[in-house]
Design a protein. Structure first.
Length: 118
């Protein structure tokens, strides 16, 4: 099967905001306009909380935290000149256990599954 050079492989495919809105509308049965308002409100609330430096914990999904970034010295790759990198803040995401379980291909919640026989 030949790949079309204009299409990306599945692993490189990104989910955009419109995809999330469509999925919310499909799963809940609400109109797309209402789903868009809900998604926008969620993202707006998250942005405000992170701007205030608050931690966002979403059980079963993960945690967003704002961490300080140290000052540093970088180099301009063209000239080799040293460039001061100011201190600042960065947002880090730590996935929850349920989300990490999907990376391994196993289903989360296997506690009730029978043990393998020896």
């Amino acid at each position: 099967m030949a790949l079309n050079p204009t299409t990306k492989p599945e692993a490189d495919k990104a989910v955009i905001k419109l995809d999330i809105i469509n999925r919310v509308a499909d799963r809940t049965g609400v109109p797309k306009m209402k789903a868009e308002q809900a998604v926008d409100a969620l993202f707006h609330s998250m942005k405000e909380a992170l701007t205030r430096g608050e931690r966002i914990e979403l059980r079963g999904f993960g945690v967003f935290v704002v961490k300080p970034r140290k000052r540093g010295v970088g180099r301009n790759p063209r000239t080799g000149e040293e460039v001061a990198i100011p201190s600042g803040k960065t947002i880090r995401f730590k996935p929850g256990k349920e989300l990490q379980g999907h990376d391994e291909g196993g289903a989360s919640g296997d506690e009730g599954a029978p043990a393998a026989a020896d």
